[in-house]
Design a protein around this ligand. Structure first.
Ligand code: FES
Length: 110
C-alpha cells in the first residue's frame, strides 16, 4: 500500500503503517495484529478489515493468502443489544444487528 496513513480498520482507526509495524516485528496472523493494535475489535468484528490485513501480511511476508489463518471469532458473531440478551428472546426478529443501526459520519463509525 503506497499511502501508509490509509485506514485499514475503520472501526478502530488503525492505519496501514500500524499494521505493517506489527508485521515487521514478527506478526504473521490477523490475531497477532489484533492483539497489538485492536484492529478487528470494533463494531463490525473484523468483517471489513480481515481481508485488508491479510493482503498486507501477504505483501510483506510473501505468505500465500491460504497460509494466513483466519481470525478467531467469538460469540456473538454479530453485535446484539444487551436488551435482547436481558429479555432472553430467541426469535430472529428480536435479534437485530447493531450494525443495522450504526451510522457512518464522514467515514467514521459513531
Ligand atoms: S473495520 Fe476493523 S473491526 Fe471494523
Amino acid at each position: 500500500m503506497d499511502d501508509k496513513s490509509t485506514i485499514i480498520c475503520r472501526c478502530e482507526e488503525i492505519s496501514c503503517e500500524e499494521v505493517e509495524e506489527v508485521i515487521s516485528n514478527g506478526g504473521r496472523t490477523f490475531d497477532d495484529v489484533k492483539r497489538i493494535t485492536r484492529c478487528g475489535m470494533g463494531p463490525c468484528q473484523a468483517k471489513i478489515c480481515t481481508s485488508l490485513v491479510a493482503e498486507i501480511i501477504h505483501q510483506q511476508t510473501g505468505l500465500s493468502l491460504s497460509e494466513i489463518p483466519l481470525p478467531r471469532m467469538r460469540m456473538p458473531i454479530s453485535p446484539i443489544k444487551l436488551e435482547t440478551l436481558a429479555t432472553n428472546s430467541t426469535s430472529f426478529s428480536a435479534v437485530k444487528s447493531v450494525l443495522d443501526e450504526v451510522e457512518l459520519e464522514e467515514g467514521k463509525v459513531r
